[in-house]
Every structure is written in structure tokens, then in C-alpha cells.
Design a protein around this ligand. Structure first.
Ligand code: HSE
Length: 346
């Protein structure tokens, strides 16, 4: 399976580390022989070799100098292709889209994904923008071309929250979805309960690779809002727009609020909620003080949780990592394995 990685930041590098460390197991256990033929990143440079790149040397170059320009010159190596040329003109069968998330335009990821499908290539992505804003259009394009589009990493990183809602619970009517959908804010709230300042906790979340490139998206609730748009489109099959979501972040919470909650035997959590209503879908993101006995109160750090309220099973909850380099890298791997299982990468 020949891969081109568009966007080589935290998540793209996380996937390459997993392929480097587990390549042998993946070949033996799952018949997945994943070869990275191209990496293209606006800031970190671009390299392509039709036979495949050395994962070790790619990581070594980018982690030493912040760029793949130091990748060794070998016969047949092509440098400097832009993202659209990499998608259209290389021999990659699967495009791994891991550029930055833009929840207003969905770009440049939406164009990358559209171009991939128009070029007969599968896509796996953890990029929330195009799924939140253009799910129906891009899914239809993939289907019309007989291609796969893996999106597991867009909600709760590698924790299979979307597969649970769309595959394992198929047959149930899901009436409500609620949970803790942002790792950064949950990490910050947990650290503040343990005495850290807001600034210290945010810096730590950034260092650990949880936060968005612009962490405003996390702390003001836009990231959780984006995930609600994804859940509405993917699980409810009822796309909604950002204007339909009532949103509040955590930036107004101060140490005094955290202390007040503790005194009342409660804890702050940023809760995202989606409910079917008679005339559509109600969606909200807001911090709530919840009782310590509430199941979500024990979900701490960058761990997230999602509860599906169903007609046939009642409530089903999945708890697991919501963000992170390896965790989101794994989401992409799970989508690659899905393509492998479907036998459609060649
Ligand atoms: N910034 C996001 C979070 C990454 O903190 O949850 C995962 O979507």
C-alpha cells in the first residue's frame, strides 16, 4: 500500500513512527505492507520516491532540522512537488491528509481530498475541517469512484468512537450523543484542579501534542463544536452548520470557579451534546459543573468519552484517548487496515 502524506506535523510523524516500529507485525498479522512514497508539507518540504522512502531517515531529517530537506539524495528522489502534484502525479494509492484544521473553510484539506478522489486515490484523514463542513459531498465523491475515505481520527483520535456509532450500533436509532470531546480542555481542567495555572496547563497540552495549531479552537469550544458537526453528519446523517450550535469555551473559568466546584462536590467538564428534536437537531458545547458521582466526572486528562443514547441498547459509552501524536497516528493506521481488509487498495 503506497502512501503519500500531505502535512507532516505531529500526526503525520506519529503515523510514520508507528509504521517504523510495527511494520513487521503489520505485515505478518494483517498483510499490510505500507510504504510511504511521498511526504509533502508547506513548511517542512517535500520528497517523493516511487519505490518508497526510508521511514527512519524521514523522521531523522524532520526531527533534526524541522524539514525533510535533509533527506539523503538517492537516485530517483524527487524534491519540491506541491501538494496537488503529489496527490495527482505520484504513484501513491492512498493519500494521508494531515494538514492543519480550518473549521471555517475546510481548506486546504477539502481540496486535497477532492483531488485525491478525482485522481482515483483513497484517503485517510484526521482533519476535522472537511468532515465537519463537506462530509456529504466528499463521501458521495468517494462512493461514486469506488474509493474509501477513513475519518476515524476526527473524533476522539484513535478511540473508535465513529466506528462504534456507525458500524457496531448500526440498527439502533441513536437519539442523543453527549460527552467530553476535546482532550486539551479536559487536560487543562484536570491540571487546574491539581493546582496548575491555566497558562501552565495550556503550555503542557501544547507540548504533549494535544492542542490545535491555534489553541483558541480548543479553549473556546470550536474544536468540540466541529466534532458535533461531524457526529451530526456521520452518525445522525443530518448535517448542521456551526451557526446552529450554541458554544461556550472554558476561558472564563478561573481558579475560584474550580475551587467552588470542589467545595460543592462537583467538577467542571466541557460537555458537548447533540439531540434529535422534532424539528431537527439541538447542539450545544458548554462547561458544566457535574457531580463527582457522574460517570463523566472520572474522565480526566486528555481522555475523552462519548455516550450514545440508543433505542435498543439504552446508553453505550466509550472512553479513551481524545488527542495525541501516537493516538491519532493509530486512528490513521486503523483506517489503513480497513482499506486493506476491504481489499481495495489496488
Ligand atoms: N486539539 C484536539 C483536542 C485534538 O484537544 O481534542 C484532537 O482532535
Amino acid at each position: 500500500m503506497r502512501l503519500a502524506i500531505i502535512g507532516f506535523g505531529t500526526v503525520g510523524q506519529g503515523l510514520v513512527e508507528i509504521l517504523r516500529d510495527k511494520g513487521e507485525d503489520l505485515r505478518r498479522q494483517y498483510a499490510l505492507d505500507a510504504r510511504v512514497v511521498a511526504v509533502c508539507d508547506t513548511a517542512r518540504g517535500s520528497v517523493y520516491h516511487h519505490e518508497g522512502l526510508s521511514l527512519e531517515q524521514l523522521l531523522e531529517a524532520v526531527q533534526r532540522s524541522g524539514s525533510v530537506d535533509g533527506y539523503p539524495n538517492v537516485t530517483g528522489l524527487v524534491r519540491g512537488l506541491d501538494s496537488l502534484s503529489t496527490i495527482r502525479e505520484t504513484n501513491a494509492e492512498v493519500i494521508v491528509e494531515t494538514t492543519w484544521t480550518d473549521l471555517e473553510s475546510g481548506e486546504p484539506a477539502a481540496t486535497h481530498i477532492r483531488t485525491a478522489f478525482q485522481s482515483g486515490k483513497h484517503v485517510v484523514t484526521s482533519n476535522k475541517g472537511p468532515v465537519a463542513l463537506a462530509y456529504k459531498e466528499l463521501r458521495a465523491l468517494a462512493d461514486a469512484n469506488g474509493l474509501k475515505w477513513g475519518i476515524e481520527g476526527t473524533v476522539m483520535s484513535g478511540t473508535p468512537a465513529l466506528r462504534l456509532g456507525t458500524t457496531a450500533l448500526a440498527g439502533c436509532t441513536i437519539r442523543e450523543v453527549r460527552g467530553i470531546l476535546n482532550g486539551t480542555t479536559n487536560f487543562i481542567l484536570t491540571r487546574m484542579e491539581n493546582g496548575a495555572t491555566y497558562g501552565e496547563a495550556l503550555t503542557e497540552a501544547q507540548q504533549l501534542g494535544y492542542a490545535e495549531a491555534d489553541p483558541t479552537a480548543d479553549v473556546e469550544g470550536y474544536d468540540a463544536l466541529g466534532k458535533l458537526l461531524i457526529l451530526a453528519a456521520v452518525v445522525f446523517d443530518h448535517p448542521i452548520s456551526a451557526r446552529q450550535v450554541s458554544r461556550q469555551g472554558i476561558t472564563h473559568l478561573c481558579p475560584e470557579d474550580i475551587r467552588r466546584a470542589r467545595e460543592q462536590g462537583k467538577r467542571w467538564k466541557l460537555i458537548a451534546q447533540l439531540q434529535r428534536s422534532d424539528d431537527g437537531v439541538l447542539a450545544t458545547v458548554a462547561p458544566q459543573m457535574i457531580e463527582l458521582s457522574h460517570p463523566l466526572a472520572g474522565v480526566s486528562g486528555a481522555t475523552n468519552a462519548i455516550t450514545y443514547v440508543t433505542d435498543l441498547l439504552g446508553e453505550v459509552t466509550i472512553v479513551g484517548p481524545g488527542a495525541g501524536r501516537r493516538e491519532t497516528g493509530f486512528a490513521l493506521l486503523s483506517d489503513l487496515l480497513e482499506i486493506r481488509r476491504s481489499g481495495r487498495n489496488n
